[in-house]
Design a protein around this ligand. Structure first.
Ligand code: HMG
Ligand code: MG
Length: 312
């Protein structure tokens, strides 16, 4: 294994991807406390919510209140998901500085998720992105189903490249390549990244792995080997898309940080404080957090942090 990456940017998606699929209603203040604790743990990009239709995703209905109430740390970016102009207007109203737009590499998933074809989503972005950039916002892009679609099965890497390139062309500073249903495997990941890197610099790419089949960390290693330095993950391993049947949690941020710490790769995240952040949201859920590192801590089978983090 040859990895020359020295530091990694972690995009924490727990408060959005993590909570959007939960059945129980989580109080707004609990979300605010969770986001605050994630910032205290050293995360510098924390996806704070989604300005989507509350009918489509009820868990995100209070995102404007959550955003307004976060005691903003000037060193932390708090992006929110925006699907259309209505979402952008809601975001502008509460002073959002960073948004994420989202589409997919497969038509059927995009239709189910945002009720638009891929081309229609780009017609929409042609309005949303210039307005957002005009407001001084940063705009990130997501491509879902990059490694497989719950409705269509296999997805061609050429299709992924095409959608990533279109998102960069409309003005995204970075595109997150999503394994929405957690079907990807390391060589497939390297194949897709290899194709993307022929035309796109690694700094403009992020990987967004769901751990449905337990391959997220292996895929992360595969991506690190290809020089990717930005990874999305969710504290405690929460997550899933309501419109991707069978999808489960994102790669757990604790598992990712444990891996990076063990390899001497800098992330700026304090594992012990991250565990504290997850323990803020855990009591509000109707199931245990799935992250492996966290479960090991709960069973007290190992110390709460890695060697480097425990030496204080
Ligand atoms: P639609 O029903 O086609 O929208 O939904 P519409 O334009 O026809 O409007 C219908 C109603 O929704 C209207 O209200 C609008 O005002 C309202 P009514 O007149 O009926 O009272 N509406 C809104 N309300 C609040 N905020 C808005 C908004 N837009 C319309 N922004 C729409 C289209 C895109 C809105 C809908 O499909 C939607 O919200 N989809 C979001 C689904 C979602 O959030 N999925 C999860 C996030 S993506 C994900 O998890 C994948 C990712 O993690 C990466 C990966 O893992 O691959 C990012
Ligand atoms: Mg996701």
């Amino acid at each position: 294994m040859k990895i020359s990456v020295e530091s990694v940017k972690v995009v924490e998606v727990g408060p959005r991807d993590g909570l959007q699929n939960e059945k129980v209603t989580i109080p707004t203040q609990a979300k605010v406390d969770y986001i605050t604790a994630l910032g205290d743990a050293g995360l510098r990009v924390i996806e704070a919510g989604a300005f989507v239709s509350p009918k489509w995703v009820p868990q995100m209905a209070d995102s404007a209140d959550v955003y307004r109430d976060i005691p903003k740390d000037p060193g932390v970016e708090y992006p929110v998901l925006v699907p259309n102009m209505k979402g952008l207007e809601r975001a502008i109203e509460v002073g959002v500085k960073s948004i994420a737009i989202f589409t997919a590499a497969s038509e059927s998933f995009n239709k189910r998720n945002i009720n638009m074809s891929i081309d229609e989503s780009f017609e929409n972005f042609a309005q949303v992105v210039p307005r957002a950039l005009g407001e001084g916002m940063r705009v990130r892009g997501y491509v879902s189903t990059a490694f497989g679609c719950p409705y269509e099965g296999e997805v061609a890497p050429e299709r992924v490249l095409e959608v990533v390139a279109r998102l960069l062309d409309v003005g995204c500073y970075e595109v997150s390549v999503g394994d929405t249903i957690g079907v990807g495997t390391p060589m497939q990941v390297q194949g897709v990244i290899g194709m993307l890197l022929q035309v796109i610099p690694p700094k403009r790419l992020a990987m967004h792995f769901h751990d449905t089949r337990g391959t997220a960390l292996a895929n992360t290693l595969a991506a690190l080997e290809m020089g990717i330095t930005t990874f999305d993950s969710s504290a405690g391993g929460l997550g899933g898309c309501p419109y991707a049947p069978g999808a489960s949690g994102n790669m757990a941020t604790e598992d990712l940080i444990y891996l990076l710490d063990g390899m001497g790769i800098e992330s700026g995240v304090d594992l012990k404080r991250l565990v504290d952040a997850s323990s803020i949201i855990a009591p509000y859920l109707d199931h245990p957090l799935p992250g492996r590192y966290l479960q090991a801590c709960t069973r007290r089978a190992m110390p709460v942090a890695t060697r480097s983090a425990t030496v204080q």
